[in-house]
Ligand binder design. Structure first.
Ligand code: SIN
Length: 490
């Protein structure tokens, strides 16, 4: 079934939501705006708490049968979904790019990345092992097995409308859980298309549902109040994550939270400057800087600071800003007016407090912000305290390794950190000293479906990807068996 009503002649395409095995139009609609044009180009249902209740009931009902499928059957369906996503890569990438402004070349890359999670969890599904272990009682035998946690509620962000969904939905389905996704209101289309493809390959009703809504808290309330929803998985800001964590506590749900970051990038004097610039570019300017693992603070050792700054500024000036629908575009618009205001506020505040603009430093037309490099950045500036989520590279300097480590760790966040050095001992020392869930050594683009993605401190709880990501959707059951000691051999 198609999510879009192709008979409608208007340029605005209405999409439907998948609830309890049916595509519903909803009693109200929510506009989807293209950030590049700021025009509405699609609508989705504005789901109500009643819709959320129907999704809830369907997820609970479907869980009873889905969990009993063999892991091989679940794996086969995930493999079919993986193929279907790749076969439809261009359509999904276009929808994703239109709804949140990611350049089309990057959007295609995100669909491949999203599909890789599905493939990886299709494989992990067949490796849900248990253990036997010795216990002191001579007549006792014990084992631990793994069971699905239960129906899951997922709240996903707009910056990766495909990958943040598949890295939650695929492990949930692989584990035998059912899942309801509430995508960000800025980017609901990708979620709906992913659900359409799951249904198309035979995904049973109620196993993966999508509720689109303008008011997240009204529909989320239904899930938080229900003891039948056994897990919350969320990607988004630390502020919202904290609230959801509290709400999930009422029914003691298992939680995974992938929250904000404030990634440092340390560049040591022994580094190859050209390669370091390349890695910083890959890290910082992906998705116009709207990524929670993008570096927010680039610390360069004093002796190479000027050379690094001028090479970075030249590379940033050469970035092609433009229409996200064009293949050559590297930097698209920011997602909305609030995002643009925040980036402008951070840069203006830094400049007022003494930062120097090496390139960029201003808003362009519409929701675009010029790719920017700032030198002479200092602690205390707003962009040193909060995630900027924009194409702004702040440069600081350091004298010693100890000073760099201290500055890098001086934050409540602990998601990703990066360092560039050609000294192996330093690479190991520094990566061990960094208080982060992810460390990239000479690598500014660490993300891959096989790795554990997640942070510590205010950056969250749990990991997504690989066996770690699957474990988040499993409970351990310990079974102790007392056997009759006097049993005679036949
Ligand atoms: C994120 O920004 O939350 C995800 C980035 C990634 O997967 O690399």
């Amino acid at each position: 079934m198609s999510t879009a009503n192709s008979a409608t002649p208007a340029a605005i395409t209405p999409y439907k939501a998948l609830i309890a095995g049916r595509w519903i139009a909803g009693s109200g609609t929510l506009d989807v705006v293209n950030p590049a044009t700021q025009a509405v180009f699609a609508t989705v249902p504005d789901c109500t708490p009643d819709d959320a209740r129907r999704a809830h009931d369907a997820a609970v009902e479907a869980f009873a049968t889905w969990r009993r499928q063999t892991c091989f059957a679940r794996s086969a369906l995930l493999k079919a979904w993986h193929k279907a996503i790749l076969a439809d890569q261009e359509r999904i990438a276009r929808a994703l790019s239109s709804e949140m402004g990611k350049p089309i070349a990057e959007a295609r890359g995100e669909i491949a990345y999203a599909a890789a999670y599905v493939e990886s969890f299709a494989e992990e599904a067949t490796r849900i092992y248990g253990e036997t272990f010795p216990v002191p009682g001579a007549n006792k035998r014990a084992f631990a097995s793994r069971e699905p946690v239960g129906p899951v509620y997922a709240v996903t962000p707009w910056n990766f409308p495909a990958a943040m969904i598949t890295r939650k939905v695929a492990p949930a389905l692989a584990a035998g859980c059912t899942i309801i996704v509430k995508p960000a209101k800025q980017s609901p289309l990708t979620a709906l298309i992913l659900a359409e493809l799951w249904e198309k390959v035979g995904g049973p009703a109620g196993t993966f549902q999508v509720i689109t809504a303008s008011n997240a808290s009204r529909v989320s309330e239904v899930m938080f109040q229900s003891p039948a929803i056994r897990k919350l998985t969320f990607t988004g800001s630390t502020e919202i994550g904290r609230q959801l964590y509290q709400q999930a506590a009422a029914t003691i749900k298992k939680v995974s939270l992938e929250l904000g970051g404030h990634a440092p990038f340390l560049i040591f004097a022994d580094a190859d400057i050209d390669l370091a610039v390349k890695e910083v570019m890959a890290c910082k300017f992906r998705n116009a800087g709207q990524t929670c693992v993008c570096t927010n603070r680039i610390y360069v050792q004093e002796s190479i600071a000027d050379a690094f700054a001028s090479k970075l500024a030249a590379a940033v000036t050469a970035l092609k800003v433009g229409n996200p629908a064009d293949d050559a575009t590297q930097i698209g618009p920011l997602v909305d007016a609030a995002a643009l205001r925040k980036v402008s506020r951070h840069v203006d505040n830094a400049v007022q407090l003494g930062a120097t603009v090496l390139t960029g430093g201003k808003a362009l037309d519409g929701l675009y912000y010029a790719p920017t490099v700032l030198a002479n950045v200092k602690p205390g500036m707003e962009l040193m305290e909060e995630e900027t989520f924009g194409p702004v590279a702040p440069l600081l300097t350091f004298k010693s390794e100890a000073e760099a480590i201290q500055a890098a760790n001086d934050t409540p966040y602990g998601l990703a950190a990066y360092l560039y050095t050609n000294d192996l001992s330093r690479a190991i020392r520094v990566s061990e000293a960094l208080e982060y869930g992810i460390v990239g050594v000479n690598d500014g683009a660490t993300a891959t479906a096989q790795a554990p993605f997640g942070g510590i401190k205010d950056s969250g709880i749990g990991r997504e990807g690989g066996p770690w990501g699957l474990a988040e959707f499993l409970e351990v059951k310990y079974v102790s068996i007392a056997i009759k000691a006097d049993c005679q051999p036949h």
